[in-house]
Design a protein around this ligand. Structure first.
Ligand code: ACM
Length: 543
């Protein structure tokens, strides 16, 4: 059985009388499973050209979808059991999500052509081998962070990315919506954030020390309706979209739009533009009440649009130079009785921590936010390594493990000169397969604080979706198995077995039109250097 991510347990029996999907097949959807039925009808219907109408047919003609706590409830809301035989197919989920993931597995059982958008052969027999699968995820948070700021990804790309996440049973899309190089979400009460902040006049070609720019203007943003569509599309696929609004650093695009947000006593913020360089801009938010009110306004609209429990407020890489030089910032430090600039950063974070908690949401931020004492409900994305996550979990905070050394998928996937975007740590497919989100040093109570894991993809080097495909695949398939399947300790993982299953999975990715990196190295057109081009000797990762 070539299912990826691997199910908890399952068996397939080759038999003469297997279930065949054909014109007579109907979908009998129990209460709460209508979304999974729609998916079957829309996606499998398109691939097979079969009508797959709702109904309750004879045994051998019916795909039965049920939320069935008596049968599958012990597997949790995302767990499911899948039964397939000549007598019919049944997917029993612990909850609606479980039924949906079971349907994803069913699609894999039908073969790679089930991933196309229209039938390619008239004589295809859609046979499902006799199968019993019992399955449930290891982690509740199985995420991908997509940076749509450095390079804007049009709405259709995001919807397609959600399809790809669903096909791999990943259930969180963390959207990095704001950064120095672009603001990507319409905020009605602050229209200049997108009128000005969503556009940059040129893009640095190469590392930030490079003298080269691409003079093509770049930008774009999502309207409120785009966001509503993305969130609804994700919800239908049991994926949560977690928005990120980065404060108090990574804010130059916002300051270019509203100069009063910056440290106006140390820099003429009226002359700032959306940043056309890579790296970390020194232009950070001024610690004023009006800045807080401004971002509360931003977040009010964000909360209206995104129902997710967690809201990401960034908090990473905030240079303190401007605050050191700013009399106003120094006066603020004194007035608040803070020890220095680091505490000023914590003051920002704590403010929004409380503000979100008052509105029934929870703050999540990059591990720098640990510096200042967090509210109990706040959670941490551990990116500089495991250490932040370990400290957070031991202090009672929930953690998402995404260490850059392991799961930054913008980083190169092979050593040597062939990689088109050769930045960062070398993380091969096997490295990702052997990534362990829970460090062995954590005791059981702290380990239970690890909500899960996510892969992050920063897009300085990726100007379009084919680049993102290349960096994500096949590694995201390995990551999905790490996040979903209960794999043994890293050294004991059967990577050769995974590679064998990948042979089928590559055919699925081909059917989906994913521009993945083949096992032998990049294809000729994939060798074209990305925006960042060749690395500069000694370049630190992700800069
Ligand atoms: C990060 O990579 N700066 C979170």
């Amino acid at each position: 059985m070539d299912v990826i991510p691997a199910p908890r347990s399952g068996s397939t029996i080759e038999s003469l009388d297997a279930f065949v999907l054909d014109e007579t097949t109907v979908v009998d959807a129990g209460p709460g499973t209508e979304g999974a039925a729609r998916f079957l009808w829309a996606d499998l219907g398109a691939a097979t050209g079969l009508p797959l109408p709702p109904g309750s047919g004879a045994d051998g003609e019916t795909i039965r979808l049920r939320i069935d706590p008596a049968d599958a409830g012990h597997l949790g809301p995302e767990g499911y059991k899948l039964y397939a035989s000549v007598d019919g197919i049944a997917v029993h989920g612990g909850g609606a999500a479980g039924v949906f993931w079971g349907v994803q597995t069913l699609r894999q059982l039908l073969g790679p052509a089930a991933y196309r958008r229209a039938p390619v052969r008239r004589d295809t027999r859609w046979v499902v081998a006799d199968t019993f699968i019992e399955d449930a995820p290891r982690f509740a948070w199985r995420g991908l962070m997509l940076d749509v700021s450095r390079h804007f990804m049009p709405k259709d790309d995001v919807l397609r990315r959600l399809d790809l996440l669903a096909a791999h049973k990943l259930n969180v899309l963390h959207l990095h919506l704001t950064d120095d190089q672009g603001w990507r979400i319409e905020i009605e009460r602050h229209p200049r954030l997108t009128e000005v902040g969503a556009w940059r006049s040129r893009t640095k070609h190469g590392h930030r020390a490079s003298p080269l720019w691409d003079d093509t203007p770049h930008g774009g943003y999502y309207t409120h309706d785009d966001i509503r569509e993305i969130v609804a599309y994700a919800t239908e696929r049991h994926i949560t979209v977690v928005p990120e609004i980065d404060i108090p650093g990574h804010s130059q695009a916002a300051i270019a739009a509203y100069p009063e947000l910056g440290n106006t006593d140390v820099v003429d913020t009226t002359s700032l533009t959306v940043w056309d360089n890579w790296g970390v801009s020194p232009n950070v938010l001024a610690p004023t009440d009006s800045t807080l009110r401004f971002y509360e306004g931003v977040l009010e609209e964000v909360l209206d649009l995104f129902p997710s429990e967690f809201v990401h407020i960034g908090g990473d890489e905030c240079p303190k130079d401007q605050w050191k030089k700013s009399r106003a910032a120094q006066a603020r430090i004194e007035e608040l009785g803070l020890a220095g600039e680091d505490e000023l950063q914590s003051w920002f974070i704590r403010h929004f921590d409380r503000w979100l908690a008052d509105r029934g949401r929870r703050l999540i931020g990059w591990d720098e936010i640990l510096g200042g004492g967090l509210a109990p409900g706040a959670a941490v994305s551990s990116w500089r390594g495991y250490q932040g996550g370990i400290a957070a979990a031991e202090a009672g905070h929930d953690v998402v493990m995404c260490p850059q050394q392991q799961v930054y998928l913008d980083h190169r996937q092979a050593a040597g000169d062939d990689e088109p975007m050769p930045i960062g740590y070398v993380r091969t497919l096997e490295d990702v397969y052997r990534f362990e989100p829970v460090p062995p040093s954590l005791g059981p109570e702290a380990a239970a604080r690890v909500l899960g894991t996510q892969a992050n993809v920063w897009t300085e080097v990726m100007q379009d979706r084919s680049r993102v495909d290349y960096q994500l695949f096949p590694r995201l398939a390995a990551f999905a198995e790490v996040a979903w399947s209960a794999l043994p300790a890293p050294a004991e993982r059967d990577f050769a077995g995974f590679e064998r299953r990948m042979a089928t999975h590559y055919a699925r990715l081909d059917a989906l039109g994913v521009d993945y990196r083949p096992p032998g190295g990049p294809r000729p057109w994939q060798r074209r250097p990305g925006v960042l081009g060749r690395p500069i000797e000694g370049t630190p990762p992700n800069v």
